[in-house]
Design a protein. Structure first.
Length: 445
């Protein structure tokens, strides 16, 4: 073509969580029975939606007005309901106009980064959730900027690392937090959030906090919303119904904007996001109508408590299955529904393997493992040998080697089999070529 039409950041749009699906589907065509542990969809893993929520949705479907357009920012009474939820927490107060709806948080993230000035960077955690890291990198045309989450401190942010990177890189205009975190399951205590807010305040930058899992918190952790600690710093929280109801297919998310009227430049930035949404007219209306009815229902609190207890039990189960496996470390999650498994430094190499009886499957996967990260190599072998589909940690904008597994399987027998099979596979994989480090194997290869 006479003009280059490719965006400078197009190569940054990667999403390992779904990209591995293509490999899994090809293995399925060769006869491998796939156990999907790659994506956070509770419904796909067998969770049933409570009848009382279904009844609310069914009634809304029968009403003509739920089929029409709504205001660009969202359904007015739903905005008001959510603003009141924020304000009852104490902390920063907002109005309904500070609530803006999107077709899922993926839509929100695309606009948050897409309408940020290209030279303005947002630093995020590593490991990073791919939607955020890829969108930020694509917007800038450079690799995503990250601060470290420390596995030796429960996967909490390395605040010294964050402070130094913000201080010495004046391109950084914002800090991204994911709390509870995906992929690690960490939940940030109030004092950690307050220190991050202080870094933002002193450096005059804004904060984005992804709170999609804010009501899936267990063990000894508790939810602290950004609105409770942000004070006068400009920022926004990202919320939605996909993980809570759960209704991931509803594609309904929103942002809660804080202190936009105190900062003219931040207000103009938020308005540009709203204007971009205006070009689409509005976000899908039906799920928005449901929010006051579902979240305001007397059964909702018990529904959230039941799910917290369920994921707490499964987190214990996953941790117990893997905590004693040599060559890895696991930190029991306290929120969301994932657990990250970290390989000890140097235990992986390019000569290890798992037994695969079918020659076609073995040949296919041996072709796939050429020139990939060593944790992705393990993930491919695990997929081919057992059918269990997890996501390599290096797929989360991370230099550490490991993988993420979910806590979503509803079949108790299959879930226990999955965790136990992963543990056995790690043992077998590491024993298959014990004593050859990654570096020596690469030299020998």
């Amino acid at each position: 073509m006479r003009r280059n039409i490719v965006h400078v950041g197009s190569g940054q749009l990667t999403y390992e969580i779904r990209e591995i699906v293509a490999v899994a589907n090809e293995l399925a065509a060769l006869g491998v029975d796939i156990t999907w542990e790659n994506i956070g969809d509770p419904v796909a893993k067998g969770e049933s939606i409570p009848d009382w929520i279904k009844e609310i949705i069914t009634d809304l479907v029968s009403q003509d007005d739920t089929y029409g357009y709504v205001a660009t920012r969202g359904v007015s009474n739903t905005q008001q309901f959510l603003a009141e939820c924020v304000n009852t927490r104490g902390g920063t107060q907002i109005t309904k106009d500070d609530i803006v709806f999107f077709n899922g948080l993926g839509d929100a993230v695309a606009k948050i980064f897409g309408f940020l000035k290209r030279e303005a960077r947002v630093i995020g955690p590593s490991p990073a959730y791919s939607t955020h890291s890829s969108a930020e990198a694509a917007h800038s045309g450079y690799n995503h900027l990250t601060y470290e989450l420390d596995p030796d401190n429960g996967w909490l942010p390395d605040l010294e690392d964050l402070e130094n990177k913000v201080k010495y890189n004046d391109a950084i205009a914002g800090i991204l937090i994911i709390n509870p975190d995906n992929p690690t399951g960490a939940v940030y205590p109030r004092e950690v959030l307050e220190k991050i807010v202080d870094i933002a305040r002193r450096n005059r930058i804004f904060i984005i906090c992804d709170e999609i899992y804010s009501h899936i918190v267990y063990d000894d952790a508790s939810t602290v919303h950004l609105s409770e600690v942000i004070g006068e710093v400009p920022g926004m929280a990202l919320r939605g119904i996909s993980k809570e109801y759960p209704w991931p297919g509803g594609r309904c998310g929103w942002i809660e904007v804080y202190n936009q009227n105190s900062y003219p430049m931040f207000r103009q930035y938020i308005q540009s996001i709203v204007n971009a949404k205006m070009l689409e007219v509005c976000s899908t209306s039906l799920p928005q109508h449901s929010i006051p009815l579902v979240m305001g229902h007397p059964n909702y609190k018990g529904h959230l408590e039941m799910r917290r207890d369920m994921f707490h039990s499964r987190a214990d189960e996953a941790y117990d299955a893997l905590k004693d496996v040599a060559g890895i470390s696991v930190i029991k999650p306290k929120g969301a529904f994932y657990m990250s498994v970290l390989f000890d430094e140097g235990v992986l190499n390019s000569e290890q393997s798992l037994a695969i009886g079918d020659e076609r499957i073995r040949g296919y996967i041996e072709d796939k493992i050429q020139d990939v990260e060593v944790d992705k190599r393990f993930v491919y072998y695990l997929l081919a040998a057992t059918g269990i589909c997890v996501v390599p940690l290096t797929g989360f904008c991370c230099s550490r080697k490991g993988f993420r597994i979910t806590l979503l399987e509803t079949d108790d027998t299959k879930r226990r089999w999955t965790f136990e099979t992963v543990a056995d596979s790690i043992n077998a994989y590491l024993e298959s070529n014990r004593g050859c480090s990654e570096e020596t194997c690469q030299l020998a290869g």
